[in-house]
Ligand binder design. Sequence first.
Ligand SMILES: Nc1ncnc2c1ncn2[C@@H]1O[C@H](COP(=O)(O)OP(=O)(O)OP(=O)(O)O)[C@@H](O)[C@H]1O
Ligand SMILES: [Mg+2]
Length: 244
Amino acid sequence: MIKLEDIEKTYDTGSVTTPVLKGVSFHIEAGEYVAIMGASGTGKSTLMNILGCLDKPSAGHYRLDGTDMVNLDDDSLSRLRNRKIGFVFQQFHLLERATALKNVTLPLIYAEAYPGDAEQRAKGALGAVGLTHRMEYRSNELSGGEQQRVAIARALITDPTVILADEPTGNLDRKSGLEVLAIFKRLYRQGRTIIMVTHDLTVAEHADRIILLKDGTVAEDRVVPQPRDAEEELRTLSEEEETS
Ligand SMILES: Nc1ncnc2c1ncn2[C@@H]1O[C@H](COP(=O)(O)OP(=O)(O)OP(=O)(O)O)[C@@H](O)[C@H]1O
Ligand SMILES: [Mg+2]
């Protein structure tokens, strides 16, 4: 479903040109759960921006469900992006003063796709991430873990086939991070494609495949034989808390 061939990206700021991606190729099938790893500055976010059609590569081919995303005009691109892709970021990117419910409803209002039952759908999405009791809270009244779950609900509301997450657990403590990973695992089991950037191997091992970027190319692409189970780790964590 995702086909990258020889993707290159060079940033040009006028005085300096920075080659970041120097020929990245891989395929991701529908329903895969892939972690992308690599040192800081290797171009993970740059690659995510290209996968999410927020930015175009300098060279190479990118096909999403058979559509050539590099030569698409901006309107068609943003339409496809709104329909197929959900984003989750390290910094949540919620509207601080808006309630959880409002934050989750917004993408539907922008997409003008589901005018009537937008609020009902948003309530369902918040329920799915365990936040029914926080719907009327403003983002700045929520914990980091809760904010990230609101952001996931927001990413899910348009029913995307691909979820792109850039360091989704980077700002969270272990328990909140595992809660996020448990939600991703559930989404994966429902058949969604998940692509997650992380610098943490113990986080990456929740996926079933790890792609390692190095010096602007794919240095390693391997299957995780026994992916970690976040639900189980959460149970162990709460047992440890009870005994300590
Ligand atoms: N808009 C931009 N203009 C110029 N250079 C940029 C731009 N965005 C990123 N870069 C450069 O591209 C390189 C890769 O950045 P990128 O954000 O993709 O790295 P990353 O792997 O996500 O790092 P981190 O783990 O720290 O998030 C960096 O050297 C960065 O300075
Ligand atoms: Mg980054």
